[in-house]
Design a protein around this ligand. Structure first.
Ligand code: NAP
Length: 236
């Protein structure tokens, strides 16, 4: 069966992706910051390896890479992510859109996790993906990655991070195309998690089932594209 590596797999979308891929019989490398506290994840049954990995810490990424060695990874899901600490959920209208009032330490931290972290992890495991049968790298984007679809004030940290993630996906996609690796961005839709908040539309089950269906159909002709969980292509 194929193998996936999922970051931020201890809760929310990452946990549900791990659960669904394990249920399908996949081998799952589930990475999270605090494995000791990841009880729900560790209770999942199947071919599961849990790794401690903060995506901002290169030495932790390198340690996991050493442990996994040359094992093929069919699907790398760069899922770990954080949002601005204004409000509790996307589009709840709680943002202060004045950049003079923004918390720039938060902005820097969001970019560090959502963009640099995904870059670090992709750099460490691109060779494992290239050595696999399916050869897919998925960046967990957002509807808010879309510049064309988004005309509103606020949530600058999250929005700039997810738009930058799309651009990084295009660059890494071009770099890996000669090795046959498919690199895409995928958005889960507004989903009920700690990040999405209780007013979100999708359950994690729906979001993850949708994204798995999209990822399952990809071919190398799709590399460099940006998808919604429902199978629609999203505008840049
Ligand atoms: N929910 C939505 O509506 C929605 C919409 C669009 C996109 N997304 C994206 O989907 C992804 C998952 O979000 P979610 O809704 O499942 O959020 P969540 O429930 O808040 O989970 C976020 C996950 O990311 C992990 N994480 C945060 N910082 C990390 C770091 N430095 N290193 C490693 N892991 C880290 C968290 O680990 P800890 O438990 O250790 O904090 C947690 O496992 C994110 O990239 C998010 O931007 C979500």
């Amino acid at each position: 069966m194929p193998t996936t590596l999922i970051t931020g797999a201890n809760r929310g979308i990452g946990l549900e992706l791990a659960r669904q891929y394990l249920a399908e019989g996949w081998r799952v490398h589930a990475a999270c910051r605090n494995p000791d506290e990841a009880r729900e994840l560790k209770n999942l049954s199947g071919d599961l390896s849990v790794h401690g990995m903060d995506v901002t810490l290169q030495h932790e990424i390198d340690a996991v890479s050493d442990r996994i060695g040359g094992e093929a990874i069919d699907l790398l899901i760069n899922n770990a992510g954080i949002a601005d600490n204004y409000g509790t959920g996307v589009l709840e209208g709680k943002d202060d859109p004045d950049p003079a009032n923004y918390d720039y330490d938060v902005w820097a931290e969001v970019l560090k996790v959502n963009v640099l972290g995904q870059g670090r992890v992709t750099g460490a495991f691109a060779g494992n993906v290239a050595a696999s049968d399916r050869k897919i790298i998925a960046m967990m984007a957002s509807g808010l990655s879309s510049i064309g679809n988004t005309w509103m004030g606020g949530r600058y940290a999250y929005r700039t991070s997810k738009a930058a993630l799309n651009m990084m996906m295009r660059g890494i996609g071009a770099w890996l195309e000669p090795r046959g690796v498919i690199v895409v961005s995928i958005a889960p839709g507004w989903t009920k998690t700690d990040l999405g908040g209780p007013n979100a539309v999708n359950t994690v089950e729906e979001a993850c089932e949708g994204m798995r269906a999209v990822l399952d159909k990809l071919t190398i002709a799709d590399t460099g594209t940006y998808w919604n969980f429902d199978g629609e292509r999203l505008p840049w």
